[in-house]
Ligand binder design. Structure first.
Ligand SMILES: [Zn+2]
Length: 418
């Protein structure tokens, strides 16, 4: 530990020191001296602690001395100005307020690690005052001296100050997965599904309660998303991408259905193929399946036979956030890629991805949304949307291609669509 090989460590461990003694080291990037001869020591400490403690924690760690002047002379805080205990209390309070943000998945180091020593300073054999030393360990991620000074306006809240987490999320692309958090997405769909099906929330929560970090990606039909036929009895499919687990595809049915497992397995298999073939995913990948049923009381019991029969080795688990994000990246390509007119014209494959807005249009439930009016400039992707919607109509309503009428104004476009 470099903090213990630091010359300041010896002083940090002292029981008593002499007033006026000169330390054998001076200030450095890991040592800072402060001296307050005022009665308002505590006020001054509250002001400097956030700055120095966060600076040390964000770098290599270090020692903050309160009671040493710039010439390395121990002067202490006179005991008439401050009492022993309050030095510790002020320090603890100030440090506990420092906002931290983790980019890593470390759970054990939630706050800044530090240790405070209050050392007696004697003058001519009598207690004169105290030297307060704070030893700060380096922090794994980011420590702030205060919440960022950044504001937003909201209809309900009015003008409000962002907290550290909100601010970091706005400033940095931390990716869709954050540590210690299992997110349901898209949120609107989850809300809609929960309001339509009373038991859904509890059923899903029960299944995923042992996972603490990841994403649960909901869809009315993962099959349709993958260009397979819809199964009408399916309420929704949920794909779990979680740490320390392989991806799991849950198919949620209203009533028990013998074909449910087949549907889920086929969807999972296609997903796995596309992740590799289309998405270019290079890691080990398997997609486990599980069929859940809203009407049955105990899904763990009844669906015992419907869990994937193969137990994959743990090397198929998504080990960390990086692996989860790599898989998600492949998934984005699987879901958003499309064959373009341009690729055909040039005779070579071009990777095209739908925009988030285009995908949102496509995610609308076809059963509920019977009319869509999409307008845009030439080349903005209206034809692509139309094609994707036709694919979806075919899969959702199980109809033959020749039962879909497509009307357009130019011949090459018609030929391309055909
Ligand atoms: Zn961290």
């Amino acid at each position: 530990n470099s903090l213990e090989s630091n010359p300041a460590f010896e002083i940090f461990q002292s029981k008593k020191l002499e007033y006026g003694q000169r330390l054998r080291f001076s200030e450095s990037p890991s040592i800072e001296f402060k001296q307050f001869s005022t009665k308002h020591v505590q006020e001054y400490m509250k002001n400097i602690i956030p700055e120095y403690i966060s600076a040390f924690a964000n770098t290599q760690g270090g020692y903050l001395f309160i009671g040493v002047d710039d010439e390395s002379i121990i002067l202490g805080c006179p005991k008439d100005n401050v009492d022993r205990d309050s030095l510790k209390t002020v320090t603890n309070e100030a440090i506990s307020k420092l906002p931290v943000f983790h980019f890593c998945s470390s759970k054990d180091k939630d706050k800044v690690s530090y240790e405070t020593r209050v050392i007696d300073v004697f003058q001519g054999g009598n207690l004169y005052g105290y030297l307060c030393v704070i030893k700060v360990e380096p922090f794994c991620c980011a420590v702030f001296s205060e919440a960022p000074i950044s504001w937003m306006v909201d209809k309900k809240k009015g003008v409000y100050r962002l907290n550290t987490e909100e601010w970091v999320h706005m400033m940095v692309d931390v990716g869709p997965v954050s540590p210690d958090h299992l997110k349901y997405t898209p949120k609107f769909l989850w809300k809609e599904l929960c309001s339509q099906h009373k038991r859904l929330k509890d059923l899903v929560k029960q299944q995923i309660r042992s996972f603490s970090c990841g994403l649960l990606i909901l869809s009315r039909s993962w099959a349709v998303d993958l260009n397979l036929e819809e199964k009408q009895e399916v309420i929704c499919d949920a794909l779990l991408i979680a740490q320390n687990s392989p991806p799991i595809l849950y198919t949620i049915l209203g009533e028990q259905d013998e074909q449910g497992q087949d549907y889920c397995t086929r969807t999972a298999f296609t997903l796995k193929q596309k992740l590799v073939n289309t998405g270019g995913y290079t890691g080990r990948v398997c997609v486990m399946t599980k069929v859940l049923c809203l009407s049955s009381q105990n899904n763990n019991k009844t669906s015992g036979g419907s869990v994937s029969p193969i137990d994959y080795p743990s090397s198929y688990n998504l080990a960390n956030i990086q692996e989860m994000q790599d898989l998600l990246q492949a998934l984005v390509i699987v879901l958003l890629n499309f064959r373009s007119f341009l690729s055909d014209q040039l005779g070579c494959e071009i990777l095209n991805l739908l925009t988030a807005q285009q995908y949102e249009i496509l995610s609308k439930s076809l059963r509920k949304t019977r009319e869509l009016f999409v307008h845009g400039l030439p080349g903005s992707g209206k034809t692509i949307i139309a094609m994707k919607i036709m694919e979806k109509i075919r899969n959702t309503f199980h109809c033959e291609t020749d039962r879909i009428l497509y009307i357009c104004e130019n011949q090459p476009l018609r030929d391309f669509i055909q």
